[in-house]
Write a protein that binds this ligand. Structure first.
Ligand SMILES: Cc1cc2nc3c(=O)[nH]c(=O)nc-3n(C[C@H](O)[C@H](O)[C@H](O)COP(=O)(O)O)c2cc1C
Ligand code: SF4
Ligand code: SF4
Length: 438
């Protein structure tokens, strides 16, 4: 059986699945049950200075569901922990003592002042926790108080606070980044410059999930008013994956350890994050939706996958897809595909025809010889794969690459053997000598 043990910036855990800083890690009671269920580590719900913050007493979640009512996206207006700092510290110390083989990282958010950081770090160190995570991410509530994403959006502040932390503690520092920024590489580079041991991302995305069209207030609604909150869950995974990849392939941050967060629900999601450069993953919404025991499926799934692939350790997955992430201009313009419909699987719903007819390239029939039939016309198909994505039947439509030398009936030209990209294309006014894809 594959070895799932993880060593992330020197923090060891029996598997790479950690719970993210959030309600699942708010107190010893939760964390102990999470460890009993098999989680490799936790990032404790963000601690702040006393007196603790106060949460709303009404609904704090908004949601987006799929047609089967599966939770796709969750939005929250919760703040950092509303429990006493010293109660949390006592619990952390005890849990770490009782569970020495699990990772406990403490998330922190205090005012952006040197004294505040200098004061809290020894208190955390005393618990013998494995590391700290700097919460520069919360987009609501705390940001209006000059913390959370208000810090994470200013690379100079990020660098400054990381420096303080590296100066005042010997614990590994993980800097948690906000996605509410145009270019995530900038705060990542700043954290790196400040000496962070790792970055983690993403925190939640600023959002309003819905407006109640009877009361005309955003949801969740507190006494007739709503506010923007942080969005997470499966819906944010694509944004998170891209941001992880951006940092993993950036020349200035390449090699900086990354903890991947955002919509991880299955072992596959975890593998995707790791392939794009994450050394481990953190999970929040999936645990809140399905409970702590989902980690068992993650462990079994990852283990089976690694056995199948012959990977001896999780490190063999980390970063494997990074060389295959490139910029658009380096994509091979000589790669030609055509859609193909498997008539045995087709249920004749007509969705592919409508999509292609109305919004793509009028390349799918709806009738052949007077009979309802859906077939791709190769002389019109541009290979965009919209039909694949709207077809309700798995694998009914596939994209088939044309081999080099084959005739592309749409262009009337043969598929060239060689790779060619936009940088050398004759239509590109700035065309220059070909550069290899990175
Ligand atoms: C209710 C709730 C509270 C959260 N509180 C915190 C927090 O205190 N500190 C923090 O760093 N992130 C917090 N988060 C963000 C999560 O740690 C995580 O970054 C985010 O939810 C994305 O992961 P997911 O898609 O697996 O939920 C919170 C998320 C939720 C849903
Ligand atoms: S791949 Fe695009 S162009 Fe081709 S049939 Fe499908 S939708 Fe139409
Ligand atoms: S969408 Fe799929 S199932 Fe429906 S007609 Fe097209 S190929 Fe057939």
């Amino acid at each position: 059986m594959a070895d799932l043990r993880s060593n992330f910036v020197g923090i060891k855990s029996p598997n790479p699945f950690w719970l993210a800083s959030a309600p699942p890690t708010d107190k010893a009671y939760n964390v102990i049950r999470a460890f009993e269920a098999g989680w490799g580590g936790v990032v404790w719900k963000t601690l702040g200075e006393n007196p603790p913050v106060v949460n709303v007493n009404g609904p704090r979640y908004g949601a987006i569901w799929g047609a089967d009512r599966r939770l796709l996206g969750l939005n929250n207006i919760e703040l950092i922990t509303d429990r006493d700092l010293y109660t949390n510290l006592r619990e952390i110390k005890q849990v770490k003592r009782d569970w020495p083989d699990r990772a406990i990282v403490v998330s922190l958010m205090v005012p952006c002042e040197e004294e505040s950081w200098k004061n809290i770090l020894p208190l955390v160190e005393e618990t013998e926790a494995d590391g700290i995570e700097l919460n520069f991410g919360c987009p609501h509530g705390m940001s209006e108080r000059g913390m959370g994403s208000a810090v994470g959006q200013v690379p100079e502040y990020v660098e400054m606070v990381v420096r303080w932390c590296k100066q005042y503690t010997r614990m590994p520092v993980i800097t948690k980044l906000t996605p509410n920024i145009a270019d995530v590489r900038k705060p990542a580079r700043a954290a790196h410059a400040g000496g962070t041991d790792a970055v983690s991302l993403i925190n939640t995305i600023n959002s309003i999930t819905a407006v109640n069209i009877d009361t005309f207030a955003p949801e969740p609604t507190i006494d007739g008013k709503g506010t923007h909150g942080g969005y997470c869950g499966p819906a944010v995974k694509p944004i998170a994956l891209n941001m992880v990849a951006e940092i993993a392939r950036d020349a200035q941050t390449r090699g900086l350890p990354i903890s991947g967060i955002g919509g991880v629900t299955t072992w596959r999601d975890a593998v995707e994050f790791m392939a794009l450069g994450a050394g481990n993953v953190q999970v929040c919404t999936a645990a809140m939706t399905y409970g702590f025991h989902i980690v068992q499926e993650m462990i079994t799934g990852l283990s089976n996958y690694m056995d199948e692939k012959g990977f001896a350790s999780v490190d063999e997955i980390v970063g494997r897809a990074v060389p295959n992430v490139t910029d658009w201009q380096y994509l091979n313009l000589n790669y030609v595909t055509k859609a193909k419909i498997n008539q045995d699987l087709c249920i004749s719903c007509g969705r592919c025809h409508i999509a292609c007819e109305d919004t793509s390239h009028q390349a799918i029939t709806k009738e052949v010889d007077g009979k309802r039939m859906f077939m791709v016309m190769d002389d019109e198909c541009v290979g965009c794969n919209l039909c694949v994505n709207v077809c309700p039947v798995d694998d009914c439509i596939t994209m088939e690459p044309l081999p080099a030398g084959a005739l592309d009936e749409r262009t009337g030209e043969r598929v060239p053997e060689h790779y060619a990209n936009w940088t050398t294309h004759p239509n590109n006014p700035a065309a220059k000598v070909s550069e290899p894809a990175e």
